[in-house]
Write a protein that binds this ligand. Structure first.
Ligand code: FE2
Ligand code: FE2
Length: 180
């Protein structure tokens, strides 16, 4: 498997771990137990600042390459960018709700729980779809020169959950994933 695909697959593993830690804290919040707000906040920041800014754009760039090599297969994966836009929109909504919860103790809990659950299920569906459809198509059709072109894009910024994070916002989430 090429290095970019190894990176994407490993990130999918970490995204699933993040989602389960996030969901556990969301459940606590929904039951009016005290959640670990750092995990909630770290998960949302990870979606917005790493996945929306780095993970998904790299996949979009792979789709552009697939378009030149295998247009029919690329058309079958044409929904990829819309799925990414949808995830970014839901994450943006969640950020607003999370900020409202932090500002106002009376803010309805159900809004955060519902939007959080929507994000979790949308992400699971998206990851499964990519692994069943998009990843096999790019692995089958991209050529070695395509991988050479795209590899530098995977080296500029690394997943903050791939090692002990420098950014303090991800530390509680990183520890929770390591302990899970
Ligand atoms: Fe994606
Ligand atoms: Fe992905």
């Amino acid at each position: 498997m090429t290095r970019p695909m190894q990176i994407l697959m490993k990130e999918h593993g970490r995204i699933r771990s993040m989602l389960s830690c996030f969901e556990a804290q969301l459940d606590r919040f929904g039951r009016a137990e005290r959640p670990d707000y750092e995990i909630l906040e770290g998960s949302i920041a990870y979606c917005q600042e790493y996945l929306d800014r780095w993970h998904h754009p790299r996949e979009n760039a792979l789709l552009d390459l697939l378009q030149t090599r295998a247009p029919v297969e690329a058309r079958a994966c044409a929904g990829l960018e819309d799925q990414h836009l949808g995830l970014a929109r839901t994450t943006g909504e969640l950020v607003k709700i999370f900020e409202a919860v932090e500002r106002d103790a009376e803010y309805p809990r159900a809004h955060l729980v519902e939007m959080g659950q929507t994000l979790v299920s949308d992400y699971h569906r998206h990851l499964n779809w990519e692994e069943a459809n998009f990843f096999p198509a790019v692995m089958d059709h991209l050529r070695s020169e395509d991988w050479r072109t795209i590899t530098p894009r995977f080296a500029d910024v690394t997943d903050p959950l791939s090692g002990n994070p420098v950014d303090h916002r991800y530390r509680a989430l990183f520890r929770a994933i390591a302990d899970s």
